[in-house]
Ligand binder design. Structure first.
Ligand code: AHM
Ligand code: MG
Length: 334
């Protein structure tokens, strides 16, 4: 059976856009290479003892890096040299990452979570890299924070790499969602999930239900809806929660379902949820919408939110369209 590689797919896409210069294809190819390096380290992490350790020295006398720090440094190192970016922002870095003057500047902006679900690293549970790509809005000059703080609806591409029983890449450029699986024997991502569509109504809800006491009545009503036999399905949804957003999201994308991380009230303080708008919510929102689903903060479309800061957090409800609409309906009650 002929197998389409991710590079072939990107080149086809490039040919179909008369204005394309090939730079975007190169950008994604650089990202894919970084992800392959991360995937290799993730796969051997248990053997070389890089799981949760940091500041240690390994048998070769090299400093051992935590896997999430490793993933972050691989991405920064490779992408800074690509000549395609003018700035980056990582979940692991407080400030904007500029491209040093000795490297060529490009006109794309890359935002990423280098290793999402890092609390699962030590126990061999799936983790992933999430990415979001924008084009800068000014023609030249030093990139400004304002150019990075664009609404999710301006993304030119987004997706994730999932390091699981296989390594997968799922991405969108606004023309559907495509999933590729890494064939380690040839080192290529092969098209395994063309044009992914999320079921309109799911059968799974994913939330950290241990936080029940932190929630307001509306959030409890939302969760009770999915557990109840009097919902529109007339049977409870299954509860599935890995605690690794990218993995929980991916499962629900394929099977249908909703992932919820609401705001809550801890120590009498109202939080804005845990997940980050720029490096987590926006890219997954772009993917889910392209797959026919929805992503909201309870009320507003995630990709319409005007970001005010790099590490802004938002409540997130993302997944099958009818399930997200139900959440919106419950929160919208007078
Ligand atoms: P991280 O980026 O530090 O790993 O945190 C984000 C993770 C998500 O992957 C996951 O959905 C969430 O935190 C789980 O949080 P909690 O333990 O509060 O349920
Ligand atoms: Mg994360």
């Amino acid at each position: 059976m002929p197998q389409v590689t991710v590079t072939e797919q990107l080149l086809l896409h490039q040919k179909a856009s008369p204005m394309a210069t090939g730079r975007f294809t190169r950008l994604l190819n650089e990202l894919i290479l970084a992800a392959k390096i991360i995937s290799r380290e993730v796969n051997k992490a248990g053997l070389v003892n890089v799981l949760g350790f940091t500041g240690e020295t390994n048998v070769q006398g090299e400093k051992v890096k935590k896997l999430d720090e490793f993933a972050n440094s691989v991405l920064i190192y490779r992408m800074q040299r690509s000549g395609l970016l003018c700035a980056m922002s990582s979940e692991e870095n407080a400030d904007l990452i500029e491209i040093p003057d000795n490297f060529q500047q490009g006109d794309y902006i890359l935002i990423f979570d280098p290793l999402d679900g890092s609390s699962n690293i030590d126990v061999n549970v799936n983790i992933g890299t999430i990415f979001s790509i924008f084009r800068r809005t000014r023609a030249n000059g030093p990139v400004t924070l304002e150019e990075v703080l664009q609404k999710g609806s301006e993304q030119v591409a987004a997706g994730y790499f999932l390091y699981g029983s296989s390594t997968m890449m799922v991405y969108t450029t606004g023309e559907g969602v495509h999933g590729f699986t890494l064939d380690p024997s040839v080192g290529e991502f092969l098209l395994s999930h063309p044009d992914i569509k999320i079921p309109q109504t799911g059968k799974i809800y994913s939330i950290n239900e241990g936080y029940w006491d932190y929630w307001d009545d509306r959030t409890r009503e939302v969760v009770s809806y999915f557990k109840s036999t009097s919902n529109e399905r007339r049977k409870p949804y299954s509860s599935r929660y890995i605690g690794s957003l990218v993995s929980d999201f991916h499962r629900n994308l394929i099977y249908g379902g909703i992932f919820l991380y609401p705001r809550d009230y801890r120590d009498s303080k109202r939080t804005t949820g845990k997940l980050r708008l720029l490096c987590e919510a926006n890219p997954l929102a772009f993917v889910v919408e392209q797959a026919g689903g929805m992503a909201i903060d309870g009320e507003n479309r995630i990709m319409d939110i005007e970001p005010l800061e790099l590490h802004q957090r938002v409540p997130l409800f993302i997944g099958s369209k009818n399930d997200v609409l139900k959440v919106k309906e419950i929160y919208g009650k007078p």
